[in-house]
Design a protein around this ligand. Structure first.
Ligand code: GTP
Ligand code: MG
Length: 555
């Protein structure tokens, strides 16, 4: 149930607009609903991949008669679903019930003749619809209802947050507004599937799978699309077929290392996407990176894509985060808010550098939730003890086994509110002994740091690695200062919240305001003492009245 909003305190029209928009997005999930998925991560991935293979992407004229458009397409077979969206033009993603319908449609599709230019005759599932006799049809054309693919503006978010009922409601609102929609998720799988068709020209049984925030349940509208070119399916298939006394192997070219093999494969696929891939622009082959990749923009979907291979552990990390996100409805709400807070204060950036990544922030939230009493999330070691035979997974010598069936994990008995958790998150990391301790979600407790990086977060599967090795001391200090400041703001507010009519930003809205960061950078010289002072004040408040702290445990 959605809590009542403080709509009366909002300016009339805005409030009404917001309420209408909220109602229209009725199918969106919120952190407060029981949304425990029964399906395994691999099941979801396989179902969505199969769905994407039955789907075509069509660039349409700006105005179109939807009924006639669907009637035209259904000559090739029944349509299961469709949606329209805008991205430098109008596009439709149309899912047929059967794969054969796609082939049938492709058979009546022609390669365009472009006048002086020449077309590369690559027949993909990305098509272009033109109107015949457009003059005769003008009267029947109408504007189309488009599905939104981008996150709300800061202004709208700010209004929504200020109109919320409570801090918990604010966190759930932020999640609802920023999380990937059903259509956006479909578009991500469809884009992978279109790239798979290109890669299949070389490796017919390959799969291109999305990973990272597109599938780990922490993705926000507009996030990049991480793709994994999976060539192992081919190996598995042939392995099953061998029997008897003989073992048949393919004759292959050998190269000095896995890394060189990866670079060669990505180099060729990158070249192919660049030369032949419809809608793939700005293709960069970044082959000397620690994890070689091909980066490009997929124009039709608007996604910035990173294609990697030989990166199976990252896919497993995505599955682990998906499990954690699904175990308790508070996890995603908290992660979204912390990620948004970090972005608002430039703690994270889209450019690689010495800053904390979203992946590291998510690990920090998971760790914090493992440390609550009673814990909200189980440790990775515990998830390993629940694993069945089908969950066994060793990748490059690393044991990546953990339970895949969510139903085997008991829900937490912890009933803390999101408001309390957010405040305590900031306090916890505002006081964390980063200089000597490492964050370890496998064991759910701090470990001595094995090396001297300012921030040490153990990679859950490659346990000798630090996922936050890139973070500099000054970036970590900025994180700590902002965490203390934010804990302080929430603490003060708990006692003295601005009245709804004052139009003052409060709760999460106050934390996301750039003024917090600006104020801090203005007093740069005083930063350290200010941060220390806040820490000491918080400490003294806590120790002087432990019994009072229950008063701030949300309402
Ligand atoms: P966004 O910022 O929304 O894109 O989040 P993301 O989780 O997709 O992060 P990103 O695109 O940077 O990386 C994609 C995936 O690669 C992550 O989800 C992780 O599984 C993995 N990954 C990213 N950074 C690291 C790292 O430093 N170490 C390891 N082991 N894996 C990483
Ligand atoms: Mg990503």
């Amino acid at each position: 149930q959605r809590p009542l909003r403080r709509l009366l305190s909002c300016p009339g029209t805005v409030a009404a607009d917001l309420r209408r928009e909220e109602q229209s997005s009725g199918s969106a999930e919120t952190g407060s609903e029981d949304r425990t998925p029964k399906k395994r991560f691999s099941e979801v991935q396989n179902e969505r991949r199969e769905q994407a293979q039955r789907t075509v992407l069509i660039h349409c004229p700006d105005k179109i008669n939807e009924k006639k458009f669907l009637k035209f397409l259904s000559q090739h077979g029944p349509i299961n679903s469709h949606f329209f969206y805008e991205s430098f033009g109008l596009y439709a993603a149309v899912e047929f019930c059967q794969k054969e319908s796609v082939t049938s449609l492709q058979n009546i599709t022609r390669t365009p003749s472009l006048g002086p230019e020449a077309a590369i005759p690559f027949k993909s599932r990305y098509l272009n619809l033109k109107l015949r006799n457009s003059l005769n049809q003008t009267s029947e054309l109408s504007s189309i209802q488009c599905s939104n693919q981008s996150s709300p503006s800061s202004k709208k978010l700010y209004q929504l947050l200020c109109c919320a009922e409570s801090v918990d409601d604010q966190l759930n609102t932020l999640l609802r507004e920023f999380q990937l929609t059903e259509e956006n998720t479909r578009l991500r799988y469809l884009t992978c599937s279109l790239i798979e068709d290109v890669a299949a020209a070389y490796f017919p049984d390959c799969a291109v799978r999305p990973f990272g925030s597109s599938v780990n349940s922490f993705g926000k509208l507009g996030c990049d699309l991480d793709m994994f070119l999976d060539l192992d399916e081919i190996g598995k298939f042939t392995a099953q077929k061998t029997s008897g006394n003989f073992l048949m192997e393919f004759q292959v070219k050998n190269v000095p290392s896995e890394r060189v093999a990866t670079q060669k494969i990505l180099s060729v696929i990158g070249e192919c996407l660049d030369q032949f891939g419809p809608g793939c622009v700005g293709v960069q082959r970044i082959l000397n990176a620690r994890c070689p990749l091909v980066r490009f923009s997929h124009q039709a979907s608007g996604f910035q894509c990173d294609l990697t291979t030989n990166n199976r552990i990252a896919l497993k990390s995505s599955e682990l985060l998906y499990m954690y996100g699904a175990l308790d409805s508070r996890v995603r709400a908290l992660v979204f808010s912390v990620r948004c807070w970090a972005r608002a204060h430039s703690l994270t950036s889209s450019i690689p550098g010495a800053w904390i990544t979203n992946f590291s922030l998510t690990m920090m939230v998971i760790f914090f939730l493992q440390r609550r009493s009673p814990p909200i999330l189980p440790t990775l070691d515990y998830l390993k003890t629940l694993a069945g035979a089908e969950d066994k997974c060793i990748i490059e010598g690393h044991n990546c086994t953990f339970v895949g069936d969510l139903n085997r994990i008991k829900p937490s008995r912890n009933t803390e509110t999101l408001e309390l958790l957010l405040k305590e998150f900031f306090e916890y990391f505002g006081n964390f002994a980063f200089n000597k301790n490492s964050i370890n979600i496998r064991q759910g407790r701090e470990q001595n740091k094995p090396e001297s990086s300012p921030l040490h977060i153990q990679n859950p599967f490659e346990t000798s690695l630090n996922v936050s090795k890139n973070v500099s001391q000054s970036q970590l200090q900025k994180f700590v200062d902002l965490a203390r400041e934010s804990a302080w703001i929430l603490h003060q507010e708990g006692k003295d919240r601005p009245s709804p009519s004052s139009n003052q930003p409060w709760g999460l809205a106050a934390l996301l305001l750039p003024s917090v960061a600006n104020n801090m950078s203005l007093s740069k010289k005083k930063k350290k003492p200010a941060s220390e002072r806040i820490k000491n004040l918080l400490d003294s408040i806590k120790s002087s009245g432990a019994e009072n702290s229950t008063a701030t445990n949300g309402r």
